[in-house]
Design a protein around this ligand. Structure first.
Ligand code: GDP
Ligand code: MG
Length: 168
């Protein structure tokens, strides 16, 4: 069985925990968790003719990157960088986190998830900004942990990117 570690990264309250919960447990809650620590969820998926066990690493609580240790990132095969469309500064944070992670781990596949697309009318991140990011090489998907939109596809996409380069 192939195992792949995926790290959830992004500003506080962008929806990292909610996306994992939606994907793994098909659930969404408005409850806010404030304890600090790491939670690892696993989910088995079938990709082509392979069965893959995804290990989803998520930080709880005040998860600013300052607290993200190399031990959290080490061994990751992919990153899901999450931003909140209603908070433009969370896109800057995602870029910063990508840069810091690549600096310590080297180039690994990553995806930008623009979360809370159920709130699209309130988004303050402009389509132009996203278009420019796309042109500079970012792969971007829109998600809602609340409705489930794009969630399954995001995890499948990062899996495809992780498996793409290796025959493992
Ligand atoms: P984290 O700090 O990045 O793990 O964020 P959480 O998953 O704890 O979510 C922060 C808050 O945003 C919670 O109140 C969630 O219910 C809410 N939230 C997360 N994802 C979505 C979404 O897709 N749509 C909406 N409307 N709210 C969301
Ligand atoms: Mg969280």
């Amino acid at each position: 069985m192939i195992q792949k570690k995926i790290c959830m990264l992004g500003s506080f309250a962008v929806g990292k925990t909610s996306l994992v919960r939606r994907f793994v447990h098909s659930m969404f809650t408005d409850k806010y968790l404030t304890t600090v620590g790491v939670k690892i969820d696993t989910k088995k998926i079938v990709y082509g003719d392979k069965e893959i066990s995804l290990l989803l690493w998520d930080l709880y609580g005040e998860d600013e990157f300052q607290r993200v240790q190399i031990s959290y990132l080490r061994g990751s095969s992919g990153l899901l960088l999450v931003a909140d469309g209603t908070r433009p500064e969370t896109v800057d944070k995602a870029i910063e986190l990508r840069d810091k992670t690549v600096a310590s781990l080297g180039n690994i596949p990553y995806l930008l998830l623009m979360n809370k697309c159920d709130l699209a009318p309130q988004w303050e991140v402009s389509p132009e900004r996203l278009r420019q990011l796309g042109q500079s090489g970012w792969k971007i998907l829109h998600t809602s942990a609340k409705t489930g939109e794009g969630v399954e596809q995001s995890f499948l996409s990062i899996t495809a990117m992780m498996l793409g380069g290796s025959a493992k």
